[in-house]
Design a binder for this molecule. Structure first.
Ligand code: AOF
Ligand code: ZN
Length: 355
């Protein structure tokens, strides 16, 4: 392969990754997958996995090609290895073999144990040339929630908070309003449309009475998750209004109401039990929105994959200290007048919950 071919492979894979992002907020717990079909250097088809339970990316890309007789001379770019299993849909590898495509270029192997390498094997056995690893880092970053679930059997955990310039997350009376500014708050609403669940502790639920829904962006609401060990929170709080799916974790009882499940868990290792239960409920990603104590519990347990910290120019002088976290800063964004820092854990592998 020439340097020029390799560069073109990257260009088309970049497009496949771009298409994949269009599924964000609609395909969980499936991965984000995009596909581009190229004939003699020209894109003749594109597709992405649009909705959980519906067609996979490659199927949509092939269906978008007008002249199917070009497929045996075409290359299919797809950021995830074509599947080899019968799930909600038949195997994509079989479909590509059926159309006798010439070549398949993949970013990442699918770590779903039902697939893991079998898709590529199937294609090669049918005489189709397969290249893997093109833009694999970008592909892995895009699907980091999916890969976390597959490799660690737990959701991808994002911690989020806003702190003052002097390091406080709230005033002494727990008032945490007026730290971050409008643009930062709007971004949080976008994240709520992208992540499956949003989790808060009982103090935050009681003091802020948050709605934990999406208002300043367009998209679906996340599942609300509230920790309320002894069921002491008032049922009149916004989070229990039944307006969107909500889970209330406690140590006392199980109960089902429309849009509201009370889930009883063992008190021992409560946090790990919560994370395990979210995994059982097929929640692929969770945004932990506070408060300080709960965020620190997640940090101390090593149960986090990314922290998104807004730093405001405001100062409180005194109050409740922001969580303490050691990690690597992987991004910094200016959201006038705030700054957003993205931090990931120092350890390369996130901790796994003991089964
Ligand atoms: C692909 N292309 O676009 C996606 C794939 O239940 P199903 O049939 O939707 O299968 C889900 C699994 O298929 C998912 O866990 C992952 O392993 C793979 N996703 N594969 O070839 C796609 N979304
Ligand atoms: Zn598939």
């Amino acid at each position: 392969m020439t340097k020029h071919d390799h560069h073109l492979d990257e260009v088309f894979m970049q497009r496949a990754l771009e298409l994949a992002t269009l599924g964000r907020g609609h395909v969980s717990p499936n991965p984000l997958v995009g596909s581009v079909i190229v004939h003699e250097g020209k894109i003749i088809g594109e597709g992405w996995h649009r909705k959980y339970g519906e067609a996979h990316a490659e199927v949509n890309a092939v269906n978008s090609v007008d002249n199917k007789s070009l497929l045996p001379e075409s290359t299919v770019y797809v950021n995830l290895e074509p599947c080899s299993h019968f799930g909600k849909t038949p195997p994509c590898a079989d479909m590509l073999i059926h159309h006798r495509v010439k070549k398949v270029v993949v970013a990442n192997l699918d770590s779903n144990p039902l697939v893991s390498g079998e898709g590529v094997k199937k294609l090669r056995a049918a005489g189709i040339e397969v290249i893997t690893g093109i833009l694999d880092k970008q592909g892995h970053a895009l699907n980091r929630a999916f890969f976390t679930v597959m490799n660690h059997q737990r959701p991808f955990i994002v911690l989020k908070w806003a702190e003052t310039a002097d390091g406080f997350i709230a005033r002494e009376n727990y008032d945490s309003k007026w730290i971050s500014h409008a643009l930062s708050r709007q971004l949080v609403h976008k994240w709520r449309t992208e992540l499956d669940a949003i989790l808060v502790g009982s103090k935050t639920a009681a003091h802020d009475n948050p709605q934990l829904n999406v208002r300043d962006w367009t998209g679906r609401n996340p599942v609300r998750v509230v920790i309320d060990r002894f069921l002491k929170l008032s049922s009149s709080l916004h989070v229990f209004d039944g307006s969107q799916k909500t889970i209330r974790y406690n140590v006392l009882k199980h109960e089902e109401h429309p849009n509201l499940s009370l889930v009883r868990l063992d008190e021992e290792n409560f946090l790990a039990e919560i994370v395990k239960d979210l995994h059982r409920q097929k929640i692929q990603s969770v945004l932990v929105e506070g408060g300080a104590h709960l965020l620190q519990l997640f940090i101390d347990a090593g149960l986090w994959d990314e922290a998104r910290i807004f730093q405001s120019p405001r100062s409180f002088g005194k109050g409740i200290a922001a969580p303490v976290l050691h990690g690597v800063q992987t991004g910094q964004y200016v959201l006038e007048p705030d700054t957003l820092r993205v931090v990931t854990p120092l350890a390369t592998a996130p901790k796994k919950i003991n089964q």
